[in-house]
Design a protein around this ligand. Structure first.
Ligand SMILES: [Zn+2]
Length: 451
């Protein structure tokens, strides 16, 4: 019977399946499924169809597209739970970040390349690997897994999504015992981790204006403030001298027992020799539970067009990561109030909201979490760690509200060391992919036994 497998059989079947998994992942990488506004929709739709095809081949018979008003469809499929068995919803996404060779890629981002045990290409890790992990864990059971399965592959994770309303109006559709979010990974290859906290993210734009029009800096400089220097003074108040965020009143959690070694972090970040780390407190809390603030864009004249003038207006976009359980609206307004309060010289400023996304804390005291930990530990043959993750996934909060009793397991094959998700030369490690496929399959098997 397919739906009762020993650990060894699962290891063996995953190994045998890997050549197909590698080929099919390469196939999916070729689709330029960028769902950002302004990008062509055909490749995104073609990718949705290709995802349906792959899942079907791997044993998910009842899989189809569901239209999401105003957005790209989700790929959805179901396998009924055997009597008394729990139901698991597996989540991944088929859209990717934009990429072009000129960004600094060594090779064409849309032409998969296998090198040194890794597969390179946009989406290789984030999150086409998640699609393949999901598909492969079903194939291992011959399409007849020991538990009920729902598969949800979203098409708008990397951009403004339209799924929220669908979830809120169809909560029964998402009913399950455990969500597996396969859109994450370990800090380093071979070092198994489950993500249990995610910070939220808020952002705003500040416009500074000081003059009606540009004027000659020789004739006017020295008395009238220019907008760019004013903006720089404002932005310089976001951190204190030690590099901690200086916005007053923000929620700031410290978390214990999560380990992230400084040398690993330095290596993962590509921090240059001799550059200091900023902020205080344990590295894990600076990265996963305390706020951090970044200026992500400035509109001002570029050096190539610079002339000797007082600049009349300048703008900056500011993004702030917030504590996992902070109220994003409150934190965003504290940031915006701070910007208004510190503006020097009565310059004219306007601050606009851009985004406010909640973080998430996964409860770790349920039986699903214990079972997932055991599966991951067995697959990697190493004790697991609990870690935080960088990206916020707003969907988690919405799914949690729709199905409050369900547990969340966040893992995947996107390692922090080399995967470079959202960056150039994105890649996934083939052995890591195999280990996560084993873990996900063991999880399904153990869940059945555990009940
Ligand atoms: Zn992702």
């Amino acid at each position: 019977m397919e739906n009762e497998l020993s650990d060894n059989e699962i290891f063996r079947k995953a190994r045998a399946l890997m050549p197909d998994v590698v080929e099919d992942l390469k196939h999916l990488i070729r689709y330029r499924s960028v769902a950002f506004p302004g990008y062509p929709s055909e490749p995104v739709k073609a990718m949705a169809d290709a995802t349906v095809e792959v899942l079907k081949q791997y044993g998910l018979q009842d899989v189809h597209l569901i239209d999401i008003p105003g957005g790209y469809p989700v790929v959805y499929g179901e396998i009924q739970a055997p009597l008394g068995a729990p139901t698991i919803m597996m989540y991944a996404h088929y859209d990717v970040q934009p990429a072009q060779r000129e960004d600094g890629w060594d090779t064409d981002p849309w032409m998969p390349l296998e090198k040194g045990g890794r597969i390179y290409g946009r989406g290789a890790a984030d999150d086409k690997s998640g699609i393949m992990i999901t598909a492969a864990s079903l194939k291992i059971f011959g399409g007849k897994p020991p538990v009920g399965i729902k598969v949800l592959i979203e098409g708008e994770e990397e951009t403004t999504g339209h799924l929220e309303e669908f979830i809120t109006s169809h909560p029964e559709f998402f009913k399950c015992d455990v969500f597996i979010i396969v859109d994450n990974g370990n800090l380093s290859v071979g070092d198994p981790a489950i993500i249990t906290i995610l910070r939220g993210e808020v952002s705003c734009i500040i416009d500074v204006q000081t003059l009606d029009h540009a004027v000659h800096s020789g004739s006017f400089g020295g008395a009238a403030p220019d907008a760019l220097v004013s903006l720089i003074r404002i932005l310089a108040t976001l951190h204190d001298a030690r590099g901690d965020v200086a916005v007053k009143g923000l929620r700031s959690d410290t978390i214990g027992n999560m380990e992230y070694r400084e040398e690993i972090y330095r290596q993962n970040a590509g921090l240059l020799e001799g550059v200091d780390l900023i902020g205080t407190g344990p590295l894990s809390s600076r990265l996963w539970s305390k706020p951090s603030v970044t200026v992500i864009g400035i509109d001002a004249p570029s050096i190539s067009t610079a002339s000797n003038i007082l600049i009349p207006r300048a703008s900056a976009k500011i993004s702030m990561r917030i504590s996992p359980d902070a109220d994003p609206h409150r934190e965003l307004h504290l940031l915006m109030d701070h910007l208004r309060a510190v503006a020097p010289w009565n310059v004219h400023i306007e601050v606009r909201e851009v985004s406010d996304n909640s973080g998430f804390i996964c409860p770790t005291d349920g039986s699903g979490f214990a079972t997932a930990s055991r599966a991951l530990e067995t697959a990697f043959k190493k004790p697991i760690r609990k870690i935080g993750a960088g990206g916020s996934i707003p969907l988690l909060r919405i799914l949690h509200n729709a199905v409050p009793k369900a547990e969340f397991i966040l893992w995947g094959a996107q390692d922090t060391s080399y995967s470079r998700i959202h960056g150039t030369d994105e890649s996934v490690d083939i052995h890591e992919l195999e280990r996560v496929i084993v873990a996900q399959s063991l999880f399904l098997q153990y869940l059945k036994k555990g009940r």
